[in-house]
Design a protein around this ligand. Sequence first.
Ligand code: BGC
Length: 919
Amino acid sequence: MDTVHRFIATYDSVRRHPNCSVIRPLFLLILFFTCSFQPAYALAGPIPPSNLRCEYLVNPLGIDVRQPRFAWILRHSERGQKQSAYQVLVASRRALVDQDRGDRWDSGKVSSDESTQVVYSGTALKSGHTYYWKVRYWDAEGRASGYSQPAQFEMGLLAREDWKGQWIGGANQLRTEFRLAGTVVRARAYICGLGYYELRINGRKVGNNVLDPGTTTYEKRVLYTTYDVTPYLERGSNAIGVMLGRGWYGWWCRSWPAPFSAKNLPLVLFFQMNVELANGQRVSIASGPSWMAKDGPVTSDHIYHGETCDARLETPGWDQPRFDSAGWAPAKVTEGPKGVLSAQMMPPIQVVDTIVPFVMNEPQPGVYVYDLGQNISGWAQLRVSGPPGTKVTMRFSELIYDNGMINTANLGPAKATDTYILRGEGVETYEPRFTYHGFRYVELTGYPGTPSMDAVRGRVVHSSVETTGSFVSSNSLLNQIQRMVHWGQLDNLQSIPTDCDQRAERHGWMGDAQISSEEAMLNFDMAAFYSNFIRDIRDTQGPDGAIPDTVPDRFCGPNTADPAWSSAYPLLCWCMWRHYGDRRVLEENYEGLKSYVGFLRKGAHDNVVRFFNYGDWIAVEPTPGALVADAYYNYDVQIMANVAKILGKSRDAETYSQLAGQIKAAFNREFYDARTGNYGNGSQTSNVLPLFLNLVPHDRMSPVVDHLINDINRHNGHLTCGFHGAKYLMLVLTQIGRADLAYKIATQTDYPSWGYMISKGATTVWELWQERTGVGMNSHNHPALGAVSSWFYEALGGINLDADGAGYRHIRFEPQMVAGLPWASATIGTVRGDVACSWSSAPGVITVDVTVPVNADAKILIPKPAEMRETKIQEGDRTVWENGRYLPGDPGILGANPGEPNFTFEVGSGHYSFRLTGE
Ligand code: BGC
């Protein structure tokens, strides 16, 4: 996202700040200056590439892809620009790239417009080595840019023999000491501690990751993290200490809402540190039997229940050299998990923000309740001083009773309780390491004395993906909904996409994952996160091709997943292709996808899949589950046909297209009711899914559309859909020219609607349309219904991928200027750069501003107000349409036509400001 759009996004959040009136003028001033001064290179033609990424990551450490892919973003001072060629240099030393030399790979001048997914094709990359790279490009006229600033990437440990460590365990703290006989010039630590670890060297925590490593199917795969630990080491004596937590490791099953059954395996650690000294010596420190073990102050930890830390059990200096380890036992060498060690190549979970509570109450003597004003995932940081042994307890909830006490009824068996027992020395600060909660309220009991507002801070914890999108409009309710989706989605990125973050669940429910994936990709840079999750999905696939309802598979439910859930496998792969142009994900998963579709096909009778578990989950009005399942079967096969085509597998493409046709015919036979002219039972979702998937034959279109619209009207402009209908209802209404009705649905404030949630104080999207606060299934932070945010970007923001536009190569701007919404603005940070669209509509004048990145082109559809005469369109200060004719000549505009109901301009890259006026 460029600076200006980042400012606009930030401005949006500033507007909601309680001190908005003070901050706002200041903010606008900064925005003015940012926009006014163009950097000097704006005059220069092709500008050196920026935002260099390797495997979607910025300067990654420890990647284990032997042929990593590169990406960069292009800028150019002129419009209508493309890359005609590129040159990548990869060198083993920084000095070489600085001299424009690539001793590992010099691609030479490659004629190509690819600026993303460029595959490394040099000599074999070596374990643990750092490589430096840069790139330049040639524009459409063959002018070369300068080289980019160098970036770097580093390989992880690629071969079994590179690993010298052993899996060890024996207690939740492990330590070792060692001496280094020289100055350290480079040191890397490779660590996997299960379930979670905290790595400490010489008294300091290493890095900012928490709840690391990401959870996986441990029998198949475990993730290790690489740290640059050079600054943590010293010549002479050094010490390493590792704390271990249970995390998800070894959990195999649960059942909701009954108490879950969980089997936890002993905590284990795999560690290796490779150190290079100034004298040329290389030393490896690895986990093994010489390490010592002893349980530390964390006396219990559990993801659902919380953590107990008895600070009296701390042994100061345990993570420093010259510690007296009397009472510590030798660590046990164990077998460790069965899964392969893979590099963690995604944004780690981190503490990304700290929230100051805005109010504290004492609803009962000694019970203090803090309100953060926002439902978050994470924990609280506690500041306290008091006598040793004082036990302070923090409990967490999303809800509060009228009497001010916290309401934990919706957490199920999750105890969500952190306990700190004071060491009794001065001010003590505690925050847990191995648990997290979904909460807005913190209840503090056992506090010695009266706590101040400063006793508690909210710590926001989730996968540290970058926010790359923003949507803002003149309707503050929509902005509030967008904000609620944004928070809820982030809260539920916990190395996997989770269904919720508070109750005894938090699984990678696949239906939730797929339905929210587009929203997530529009709001955040999800490429590395989903690359990891798709591999997780593949790890769980059965030999028969089946995919479970949850990934990792931790739910003791039906043996066969609901197809609307397991379809996350093809749908996520497809989204990776559409949004990021990721061809490799299609190649790597092609066989897996075929086998998955083969599984569905085997389960189908007469080309209809009838099995399901959940259907259109949490709908206000039910839809036959078989209809939902079968619609997804068709969707999956349509995706397979497309994937086969993209990969050049034409025979498969043909087979899958034919199969999709057969499923379509069977769907119509099975689910269309000629008597009523409805699909299924005539619910909104029953008619929406076939409309969305083009399953409705031409002659049935108008009755089906009429039924859908009548049903919405009958419900006074409300939806009645669950997870699966809600997303596609908005898209279908937009496609059939009824964005106005979708807008009406989106801006309702009574039940059932997103606005209803807001009216009841929601700060994250609920699981249910109903307001429920008692025992049972009613999470107040569930991303699935937040899928509506993709409609904000696509319909109201107007930013759409064109049919063959994977990776935003071809964009279609088609803002829906619905009555009652004077303006909207959206930006998406894409693999090609920022794509933006802002519009305003007032009587007699429409403006549309768009940004198209270099290497992309776009169609811009500007609505033709039916009542407007003498229409004139200007772009910047040039007139491009007047007296019914297109006036060519504006740079970057390739053509225009006045089709109905829009004017369409075709443009190359650049920023364009259209202004349509008329009588
Ligand atoms: C989860 C859902 C999930 C569902 C399956 C629930 O308990 O929270 O979001 O998709 O189970 O129906």
